[in-house]
Design a protein around this ligand. Structure first.
Ligand code: HPA
Ligand code: ZN
Length: 358
């Protein structure tokens, strides 16, 4: 190197800015990827329109809607009942084990992309048996997909059968009895469908029997009907979780009880907006419920109908309510704490959650 060149390179070295040690850009917090359990999910509510038409075509079933677009147009619900009408109609496509297997597998695949590690899945036996589909077909199709889902998607699961509360309690009791041979695949019983006028007290004897048979119990309450239904779910049905429960806030005594018992509430924000339980996501009570000390979880309910799966519920609600990262992690933590899994698995999931950095 000649002298001029040496000096030039020396000068360049001296004037070179110090090696930039800019702080590592803060990793944006990813609520979608946050490890979580989904505790309020109707498997029939994950039936996407495309799959409905594929299965209906295969089974030679004519639906009231000519195509996917027309069906989607019907997804402008005014209340719970207007949703249930479409939901029960669409599931008429389901007939054979393969249909239930494909439905469940499609859900698990989507759930995996939304951070779900564990899913507790509702199904509505009476909505199938009343159309002549045997309970064994439904249970086998769903539960074999759940078993494969553990291998293929790394998602663990539990199955909960819900009674349709707008049907007579005798039908629920008969359904419970017919499910006893499948007891090893079903961890609990729940209560769903049209809430108003069908209080938990209508099913006290059914739930007594279910608990005597070793089932855990949950119930939809305080979604469209008021806090008195939540009281009944606690006192009469002896539930381990309340599904929805958003109207509990109307009763301070009930809130105190739920807080004292650390009773989990499986809140479904996008569902509440679509079924007009609340006017908008920004007006959703989830943050107020958290602030009141309630043990809330965040779930999707019927994601094919309500505009988002569970990760979408986390992300959209966080934005609308300005939830902090700590609050989102607490929701995920609650989901594992409230789930019906064994303690070793719970510890494993909580440890994974603890490794998420803010
Ligand atoms: N509420 C009551 N019943 C249901 C729902 C719901 O959101 N989804 C499916 N069945
Ligand atoms: Zn529900």
């Amino acid at each position: 190197m000649d002298r001029g060149c040496f000096i030039a390179s020396l000068a360049a070295l001296v004037s070179a800015p110090a090696v930039a040690v800019s702080p590592k850009p803060a990793k944006t917090f990813d609520a979608m990827a946050l490890p979580k359990a989904e505790l309020h999910l109707h498997i029939e509510g994950t039936l996407e329109p495309e799959l409905i038409f594929t299965i209906a075509g295969r089974n030679g079933i004519r639906l009231d809607y000519p195509n996917v677009e027309a069906l989607r147009e019907a997804y402008n619900f005014s209340d719970l009942q207007s949703f249930l009408d479409v939901y029960y109609h669409a599931m008429e496509a389901l007939r054979v084990e393969r249909d239930y297997y494909e439905l469940t597998t499609a859900y698990l695949k989507r759930a995996q992309s939304q951070g779900v590690r564990h899913a507790e899945i509702f199904f509505d036996p009476q909505a199938h048996t009343k159309r002549g589909v045997a309970l064994a077909v439904v249970v086998e199709g769903i539960s074999s997909a759940l078993a494969d889902g553990r291998k293929n998607f790394g998602i663990t699961s539990r199955l909960i059968m819900c009674f349709l509360r707008d049907m007579p309690s005798d039908s629920a009791m008969a359904t419970l009895e017919s499910a006893l041979p499948h007891k090893d695949r079903i961890v609990g019983v729940g209560l769903d469908s049209a809430e108003r006028g069908n209080p938990p007290s209508k099913f006290t004897a059914v739930f007594d029997r279910a608990r005597a048979e070793g089932f855990l119990t949950v119930a939809h309450a305080g979604e469209e009907a008021g806090p008195e239904y939540v009281w009944e779910a606690l006192d009469l049905l002896k539930v381990s979780r309340v599904d929805h429960g958003v109207r509990s806030l109307e009763d301070p005594k009930l809130v105190a009880r739920l807080v004292a018992e650390r009773m989990p509430l499986t809140v479904c924000p996008l569902s509440n907006v679509r079924l007009r339980v609340v006017p908008s996501l920004a007006a959703h009570p989830l943050k107020r419920m958290i602030d009141a000390g309630l043990m809330c979880t965040c779930n999707s309910d019927d994601p094919a109908y309500f505009g988002g799966y569970v990760g979408d519920n986390f992300v959209q609600t966080a934005t609308a309510l300005s939830l902090s990262n700590q609050q989102l992690i607490a929701l995920a933590r609650n989901s594992f704490e409230a789930s019906f899994i064994d303690e070793a698995l719970r510890r494993q999931y909580l440890a994974e959650l603890d490794s998420v950095s803010l």
